[in-house]
Design a protein around this ligand. Sequence first.
Ligand code: FAD
Length: 411
Amino acid sequence: MSDRYDVLIVGAGHGGAQAAIALRQNKFTGSIAIVGDEPELPYERPPLSKDYLAGDKTFERILIRPPAFWGERDVAMLTSRRVVAVEPQAHRVTTDDGTTIGYTYLIWATGGAPRRLTCAGHDLVGVHTVRTRADADRMRAEMAGVTHAVVIGGGYIGLEAAAVLAKFGKKVTVLEALDRVLARVAGEPLSRFYEAEHRAHGVDVRLNARVDCIVEQDGRAVGVRLADGEVLPAQMVIVGIGIIPAVQPLIAAGAEGGNGVAVDAQCRTSLPDIFAIGDCALHANRFAAGAQIRLESVQNANDQATTVARAITGNPVDYDAVPWFWSNQYDLRLQTVGLSIGFDEAIVRGDPATRSFSVVYLKDGRVLALDCVNATKDYVQGRALVLEGARPDPARLADPAIPLKQVLEPA
Ligand code: FAD
């Protein structure tokens, strides 16, 4: 095995895999290796809280590429190895087995580690986070012995896991610390819709909930105690309260950043020949009015990977992709385009009672984003409105009989 590569990619997830794919697509002929701390070849993470958790998809079906692909593209896969230190001047990294690997370019694509609870019992058997295949497999292995489950955190991952557990007939409680679910990512109409849907499926959604501790018996979680003393029985506790970007070795090496590693428009960090992409990359995003943000989505990881491949192969282009995202819960497919950060008006298009509607987010009359529930046409046609920052007549926007592609036409 070579101990020096022209491009060394750290992290074998969505961004890391796509970076290697895009380099070869851009005719890069140098050597490429991906170092990843998981034992698997790159796989899709979204199914971990959806159809993989539900057992509807096998692991082979969620691989990003078939195993033979990487050899065919001459991409070395260094699995089960964690990069623990970076030496930017020497252009080399050290892995947890003490090996050093040199590089000409380094692409940091490490995602993040799930944020954990800090209360008593947070590390008991039966307390889960959902980030890796191993996490999902542990949950699946315990599923049969679970009658009651508590999900801590009413974000997308928590709600998706709750939907899977409810489908399996478990008695599920969702504990959300804020006064509505999805509060950080969506407007109130969408939050209220999803709360009602989960309740209609038998899920007990508790808002403004405060967790005191996880209750233990014989070394296992058996419940969750709330701050008011109530104990919710639970053989399974799922914690979905966000991630901490995995950037410590880069920051220790002197990279600018903190909550993520700061990158420029072509995903270059402040360190020479080191790029960062995906969940861990703190970047100025036009769709967030130029604010420095991290985006946790497959779209962002893939598009930033392609941006870096183009920079390395001498065909640079600034990262300027429209953000998009999806979430599946029950028979509801949510598709989001744009970022609703800072919106001052949310227009509901269609009747949520029909379970097919959209929420259009505006700021100063301009379309920022859309959340489309079982409304793919709105999602597809709304994209142009987000891209242009269009200013449609709100009355026309609110009328589902007018297709979004015609919403800018005179009445
Ligand atoms: P990752 O895909 O997380 O890959 C990072 C890899 O780097 C991991 O394998 C990690 O273990 C490894 N690593 C970390 N540190 C080191 C190190 N020091 N050395 C070596 N390896 C290291 N997005 C959507 O758009 N739609 C969805 O529906 C959706 N659902 C999701 C559901 C779940 C359960 C999860 C967890 C995420 C979901 N996401 C979804 C988010 C999406 O999966 C992420 O945005 C995407 O995976 C980010 O890609 P990445 O390459 O930045 O990080």
